[in-house]
Ligand binder design. Structure first.
Ligand code: GUN
Length: 292
């Protein structure tokens, strides 16, 4: 079994980003990212903190906007409009999920697609489906593809199974794997699929993105499969100071001995998501400044 070290691959991506920030800075451009958090979800607070800290490490300007859970739809819409019009901000991210009363769809549509570094706006979703590289690719699937490449996994002709059909991970992941630069044969499975274990057993490459702790068991995985575990689940653990530990969607201890390669949780996909967000922010700054 080969452990895919997300931290190490992310460090490589961040080093590339740091060079690029320097190059932009010498041209008088400082890339800027705005991260908006509505409410007090503890996991979201951690993610937003990491995103802002990474910006600082790279020399990217960042603006963290924390709004109370009681923020109205119109107030949030106005925050997005103001960021759209702010020339110091090239990328806008509204942390998901927002509180229940917020219409996330409308918020995403309000973000200027040129600043949509999450790649959630319909214009960027369309560009991904069209394989138009001017669009933004959602960070988690982009990071997962980069991990496969770094581990030397050839996706051409491979049987890939994506477990989960979310707009953030499952759907864009399936599009990336079937694109002409990857050429995988892709199956998307989800909670209503008839025999999940049987579908997963077909996979040369299994992407688990359902958000259910340890759901994928050893008998779901073919010998020699490559497993990318996108899940970051908090489960109670009284032996930890925090009272919880993180676990993926894959039952790592039983599955990992069967795998050709597998990502751990934490330290797998998580660090890559942030690294790809930095890449997308630099792409946004370049495009807005007319630098190819
Ligand atoms: N919540 C979990 N992952 C993501 C992400 O990639 N972007 C945003 N905005 N929210 C998230």
């Amino acid at each position: 079994m080969n452990l895919i070290d997300g931290k190490a691959v992310a460090a490589t991506v961040l080093a590339e980003c740091r060079q690029e920030v320097l190059a932009l800075t010498t041209q008088g451009i400082q890339p800027g990212l705005a991260v908006v958090l509505v409410g007090e979800d503890p996991a979201s607070q951690v993610y937003v903190g990491s995103k802002v800290k990474t910006c600082g490490d790279l020399g990217i300007f960042s603006q963290k906007i924390v709004l109370p859970a009681s923020t109205s739809q119109e107030e949030l819409m106005q925050v997005v409009r103001d960021l759209n019009n702010d020339p110091a901000i090239h990328g806008i991210l509204v942390q998901s999920p927002p509180p229940k009363h917020i219409d996330e769809e409308e918020i995403i549509r309000a973000i200027d697609p040129r600043k949509d570094v999450d790649g959630f706006h319909p214009e960027n979703v369309a560009k991904l489906a069209l394989e138009d590289p001017s669009g933004f690719v959602p960070c988690t699937p982009a990071g997962s593809m980069r991990l496969l490449a770094a581990a030397g996994i050839d996706t051409n002709g491979a049987e890939a199974v994506v477990l989960g059909r979310s707009m953030i991970v499952g759907k864009p992941m399936a599009l990336l794997l079937m694109a002409k630069n990857a050429n995988a044969t892709v199956t998307v499975a989800h909670s209503r699929s008839k025999d999940l274990p049987a579908i997963c057993r077909r996979a040369d490459i299994l992407i688990a993105a359902v958000g259910r702790p340890d759901m994928v068991k050893a008998d779901w995985v073919k010998d020699g499969a490559v497993v990318i575990d996108v899940g970051i689940n908090r489960v109670e653990d009284p032996s930890k100071k925090s009272g919880y530990r993180l676990t993926g969607d894959v039952d790592f201890s039983s599955v990992s001995p069967k795998c050709r390669a597998i990502t751990p949780v934490p330290g797998g996909v998580g660090p890559m998501t942030i690294a790809m967000l930095m890449k997308n922010t630099l792409q946004a700054a370049r495009q807005q400044k007319g630098i190819a």
